[in-house]
Design a protein around this ligand. Structure first.
Ligand code: IPD
Ligand code: CA
Ligand code: CA
Length: 273
């Protein structure tokens, strides 16, 4: 890639990031304003504990509306509304509320997550932890930021001293396996955190608030934006045995710890049901 192409790509990523950040903040304000003391569960998805509230849907509609106004040709993949095709290679990947169970219970860790792909690659990502007023942003090649602060993940942390975030899926059978795997991980690390939002967990790796994260069963919209934040903060993200991150496994940590945690997980066969 020559200098002109590089500058063009960087400018486009920054422009998409600015738009995504504005939309995420607007959705966050709407959610804070409209969140009732105890939001009602509107429907369940993959299991009785996989819930959706009216505000998950309203937030996604707001986000889709703003994207359509600003960039009517773009495609959108949203957790609640599915895939809307577009033209021109730009696709928005939206989780309107990541951490819906926290949202439901009034716990302060849920986020609006918006990633933007160009030709299949995420080039801009925003994770807005609404209750805490934190806006994590990243653009490809432009670093990861928490408002004005440049983020760098922790480096040089051995597995035995690592604070590791993880999460559990919504299906009982899978959770049993996840708990069995966790029982083998806990004695090998400093401690475990289960925050309740994959996107915030990955941003926590980026910010050095945890050292590593792993989880089976996440979807693309959970980690699309936050994965870029983590990578731009120096972390590695992937699956097991050289595979890319997928619903089978998302693993994220600084190089070195990534491999140590990987090698602990592989013999535990965490991808079986
Ligand atoms: C969930 C959260 C949770 C993770 C689940 C996700 P949702 O997303 O990210 O931390 O453990 O795997 O499905 O349902 O709150 O959007
Ligand atoms: Ca999610
Ligand atoms: Ca969600």
């Amino acid at each position: 890639m020559d200098e002109r192409e590089y500058r063009h790509d960087r400018a486009r990523a920054e422009e998409l990031l600015e738009l995504a950040a504005g939309i995420a903040e607007e959705a966050g304000q709407m959610l804070l304003a409209k969140r009732p003391a105890r939001p009602e569960v509107l429907a369940t998805k993959s299991s009785p504990t996989d819930v959706v509230t009216a505000l998950d849907r309203a937030a996604e509609e707001l986000i889709r509306g703003r994207i359509a106004e600003a960039r009517p040709r773009d495609a959108v993949l949203g957790e609640e509304g599915g895939d809307t095709p577009g033209e021109g290679g730009v696709r928005w990947v939206v989780d309107p509320i990541d951490g819906t169970v926290n949202f439901l219970y009034g716990l302060p860790d849920w986020a609006v997550s918006i990633g933007v792909e160009v030709d299949g690659e995420i080039v801009a990502g925003v994770v807005h932890n609404v209750p805490r007023g934190e806006l994590f942003t990243a653009s490809k090649g432009g670093g990861a930021w928490l408002r004005g602060e440049r983020l760098r993940c922790n480096t040089g942390v051995p597995l035995a001293k690592a604070l590791v975030a993880t999460g559990f899926g919504y299906e009982a059978g899978r959770r049993r396996v996840q708990a069995e795997v966790l029982a083998q991980v806990v004695p090998q690390v400093r401690d475990i955190r289960r925050g309740g939002s994959c996107a915030i967990d990955l941003c926590s790796v980026a910010a050095g608030r945890v050292d590593a994260y792993y989880e089976r069963g996440t979807n693309y919209w959970d980690h699309a934006a936050a994965g870029l934040v983590a990578v731009e903060a120096g972390a590695r993200i992937g699956g097991l045995n050289g595979r890319p991150v997928s619903p089978d496994m998302a693993l994220c940590a600084a190089p070195g710890l990534f491999e140590e945690l990987h090698d602990l997980l592989v013999p535990l066969d965490p991808e079986h049901d």
